[in-house]
Design a protein around this ligand. Structure first.
Ligand code: DGL
Length: 275
């Protein structure tokens, strides 16, 4: 088997980089191809059909670049497009390729975090409305009660680089308080959008001591490691030069400037077109 495939990582915009950065700490040897659909972000308030269509375009683009395994590092895409791609597209068009998401791995071990069995979810409107977290948590841990709060303005604030403003912080404060007001017993809050770790410092200000804030990056990285150990038929196709190539549907200069601001790092991206 030729080891020629990078691992594909997809997000609507910058958020997936928070996942990719953690994955690369745990699995630095692999090559990665990141794709951010920044030109069409946010996905959060878009319809099921549109998120599905955009996500499929991105996945097929990554496949066309030789990718064998794609991680949907986007909760909205995982909630609205993953199942259909896995069940209706892959078996017929790409039987040897794999697409995996971030919701199931983030919920499987939720019992290790909560003592009160009351868990809060902060996510996009699409993720919250899909009920994916409620369904997945209950599948593994029916005793855990899930409280959700949609934060429709957070991703636009992040994509536009406006989060560190007074107005931005007021929006974040209001949404966090709305979540916590649903139950005084919530002891664990999941950042169920891959963009949110970027504003973790602001979210944390409004999370009382004693409540655990869980970001997905480290969890996904460990779960991916485990997935590759269990799937040697995929692992043996992955190339191992430790490289990273970043693609965006936005202007590459704008993408690089913003990621430099957000992550303190220039990703030297390349613009591509999905349509
Ligand atoms: N990072 C995506 C997620 O995890 C953001 C969705 C959006 O573009 O609104 O849900």
């Amino acid at each position: 088997m030729k080891k020629t495939s990078p691992i594909g990582v997809f997000d609507s915009g910058f958020g997936g980089l928070t996942i990719l950065n953690e994955i690369r700490k745990v699995l630095p040897e692999y090559d990665y191809l990141y794709l951010g659909d920044n030109a069409r972000a946010p996905y959060g308030s878009r319809s099921f059909e549109v998120v599905y269509e955009f996500t499929l375009q991105a996945v097929e683009y990554l496949f066309s670049q030789g990718v064998e395994l794609v991680i949907l590092a986007c909760n909205t895409a995982s909630a609205k497009a993953l199942k259909t791609i896995q069940q209706k597209i892959l078996p017929f068009k790409y039987p040897d390729k794999r697409v995996i998401g971030v919701i199931r791995p983030s919920t499987e071990d939720i019992n290790l975090f909560t003592r009160t069995n009351k868990v809060g979810i902060l996510g996009t409107e699409g993720t919250v409305k899909s009920q994916s977290y409620v369904l997945e948590v209950h599948k593994f841990h029916p005793e855990v009660e899930v409280f959700q709060q949609a934060c429709p303005l957070w991703v636009p604030l992040i994509e536009d680089g406006e989060f560190d403003s007074e107005e931005g912080e007021a929006i974040i404060r209001k949404d966090v308080r709305r979540l916590l007001s649903q139950s005084p017993e919530i002891d664990t809050v999941i950042l169920a959008c891959t963009h949110y770790p970027i504003i973790r410092h602001l979210i944390e200000k409004y999370i009382p001591v004693g409540i655990q804030l869980v970001a997905q990056g480290e969890i996904i990285a460990e779960k991916l490691k485990n997935y590759l150990e269990r799937h040697p038929e995929i692992e043996e196709k992955l190339s191992v030069h430790g490289t990273l190539k970043v693609l965006t549907t936005e202007d590459e200069v704008v993408f690089d400037e913003k990621t430099e601001l957000i992550f303190g790092k220039n990703y030297h991206s390349e613009t591509i077109h999905l349509i």
